[in-house]
Design a protein around this ligand. Sequence first.
Ligand SMILES: [Ca+2]
Ligand SMILES: [Ca+2]
Ligand SMILES: [Ca+2]
Length: 149
Amino acid sequence: MSYHMAARILICGILSMQTILTLSQDPSYSLDEFNKHLNRDFHDMDQDKNGTVELVEMENRIQRQDYNKDGCVSFNEFMKLRVDDSLKFVWVVFNHFDHNNDGCLEIQDQIDEFHEIDVNPKDGAVTIPELDAYYDKLFQKILPSLLHP
Ligand SMILES: [Ca+2]
Ligand SMILES: [Ca+2]
Ligand SMILES: [Ca+2]
């Protein structure tokens, strides 16, 4: 498996950094496996199972991480689901999602993120190819800050 693909899976939040390192040593890990992970991630978000992810479904996902229900996913809350990842990686991803840089992930950040994913076509619904292209772009964006602090 290429490092590129490994990083994309990591960004998807599906696997831990340790799993990625193990997988990257395993040449039998294929694109099919990656697509399986991508599909699982997508279907997890697509709560009404209509084959696309709508904004409200992405909002629900961020609200599930807001444990004390104060309308803000703090870095501490964000970390809870990613205990196996390196602090640095989680920090870089958190800052990517925090569009207004206030140290909170809120609904508005999720709306901004949704508009970055929903581009082809821009129709208020995210498909698997859109999510795939988005992860690719996200990877290109955050990789430099992971390699060169
Ligand atoms: Ca849906
Ligand atoms: Ca924010
Ligand atoms: Ca779309």
